[in-house]
Design a binder for this molecule. Structure first.
Ligand code: AMP
Length: 456
């Protein structure tokens, strides 16, 4: 197995890696670091969680450390490496990583992003930095005001490029790229490689080395996944019901829209669930507060949109709920990867209404996993009539005849089909010895499908 010592990184960086407790490079690091050290452009297909930050940060730090800026030149140091990131959270985390990996190099780094006063950011820039991490909007603002000079940039990194394009940053990216020296090294990372990313890569990269680390069902830890086929109007009640289970210690709930995140958070709070929302309309302070509250355990539930959850690393998330299914199947893998980290088992539960089935199919195709379909617990049914719309979705583990109906023992009490129940089945379920929540919880824990996530 490859070890960091074989990567020819300079001493101060090797020390910092050892200090961080890293032993061996992750696959993306093993593939990316050697060509980046050799000065090649790179096109990397990798998600957050694969160790991609170190894959670009370590060789950048090495390069800047072994060839320091001209000390005799007067005035503050101008940035020599620029990392563009789509969100403030991710930008902050990247900047922190530069701090961790570069702690023994003496190189200066800072992060700039919108939503906060520019005062301290401008002061840092005027003091001089070697490495600048930025979100595109604030960078353009500060460039226009003459606070940033990008003429000395040697390495340019575009992180989560697909997300940046989704967020409409293509023009800012092109403007920023136009302000950089033509002679430079460019590294582009993206979780997905749709056509618009390939076009962008073609225009920015020169003969790049291509590396890919795809999270597939054949890589490490376990995430138990299941899905509830549920009517849209029943989702909030089901969500409340699922969150009430004792096994749910720390949960991340994804909604599709900011409005949806706020609405669900209000409802959960009214129901006594300690929940906070995090999304793009929240100020930086509100986001930080929400994250702190979630990290410290004051809020057990964080309701987030995809954009806000990018780069979010919180230890000990036991459950990820998809209140809405994501429109891109890759986002599903990314979302559920927030749980089951560091070898722990995580649970991912999704709620899917009729209109979202197309997204469910795409997810199952991408992950190669057929999610186990759970039934709506009777306690939360908004409309107790059986839902014929979902009757055509076959169950994965249809109970045997002997376990159906009133005679089913506690071990199989929750096992039932999504197909319309007959009268005696319904009565039997209502009279079941376990509460619906316990049944659902047990099934989640015991029999949900597992997929594997990439290491790191
Ligand atoms: P990233 O994908 O860069 O956000 O990294 C995900 C997590 O993996 C971070 O918490 C890193 O500290 C951690 N990590 C990165 N590289 C390694 C490594 N080689 N060994 C162990 N952990 C790592």
């Amino acid at each position: 197995m490859l070890h960091f010592s074989s990567l020819e990184l300079c001493g101060p960086i090797r020390d910092a890696i050892a200090h961080a407790g890293y032993d061996t490079p992750t696959p993306i690091q093993a593939q990316a670091i050697p060509p980046v050290l050799a000065g090649r452009d790179l096109l990397g297909c990798a998600q957050t969680g694969t160790g991609k930050t170190a894959a670009f940060a370590l060789p950048i730090l090495h390069r800047l450390h072994i060839a320091p800026a001209d000390k005799k030149r007067r005035g503050p140091v101008k940035p020599r490496a620029l990392v563009l990131s789509p969100t403030r959270e991710l930008a902050s985390q990247i900047d922190e990583s530069f701090g961790t990996y570069g702690q023994c190099t003496g190189l200066r780094h800072t992060v700039i992003f919108g939503g906060v006063s520019q005062f301290h950011q401008v002061r840092q820039l005027h003091r001089g930095v070697d490495i600048l991490v930025a979100t595109p909007g604030r960078l353009i603002d500060l460039m226009e005001q003459g606070h940033v000079d990008l003429r000395n940039i040697e390495v340019f990194v575009l992180d989560e490029a697909d997300r940046m394009l989704d967020m409409g940053f293509i023009h800012p990216i092109r403007r920023i790229a136009a302000a950089l020296p033509v002679q430079r090294q460019t590294l582009l990372f993206s979780a997905t490689m749709p056509r618009n990313i390939m076009h962008l890569a073609d225009s920015l990269l020169h003969n790049p080395v291509k590396v890919a680390v795809t999270p597939t069902p054949s890589t490490t830890p376990c995430i138990e996944q299941s899905i509830y086929m549920v009517r849209r109007e029943a989702k909030p009640a089901l969500m409340e019901h699922l969150l009430a289970q004792r096994a749910v210690k720390r949960a991340l709930v994804f909604t599709r829209t900011k409005y949806g995140a706020d609405k669900l958070t209000r409802r959960l709070t009214r129901a006594g669930v300690m929940a906070t929302a995090i999304h793009g309309n929240k100020s930086q302070n509100q986001r930080r507060h929400a994250l702190e509250s979630f990290r410290s355990g004051r809020s057990r539930v964080l309701v987030a949109t995809d954009v806000a959850a990018r780069g979010l690393h919180v230890e000990g998330i036991t459950h990820v709920f998809n209140f809405d299914l994501p429109r891109e199947p890759e986002a599903y893998v990314h979302r559920i990867g927030r749980t089951g980290r560091a070898g722990a088992t995580g649970i991912a539960i999704s709620l899917c209404d009729r209109d979202e089935r197309v997204h469910l199919r795409a997810i199952e195709q991408l992950t190669g996993t057929r999610l186990e379909t759970m039934s709506e617990p009777p306690a939360i049914q908004v409309n107790p009539r059986p839902d014929k719309r979902h009757a055509d979705r076959p169950r994965q583990d249809r109970p045997s005849k002997s376990t159906r109906g009133a005679s089913s023992g506690p071990a199989r009490a929750g096992t039932r089909s999504n197909a319309p129940a007959n009268g005696s089945q319904r009565r039997a379920r209502k009279a079941g010895s376990r509460p619906a929540g316990a049944r659902a919880g047990r099934r989640c824990a015991n029999r949900s499908k597992r997929i594997r996530r990439s290491p790191a």
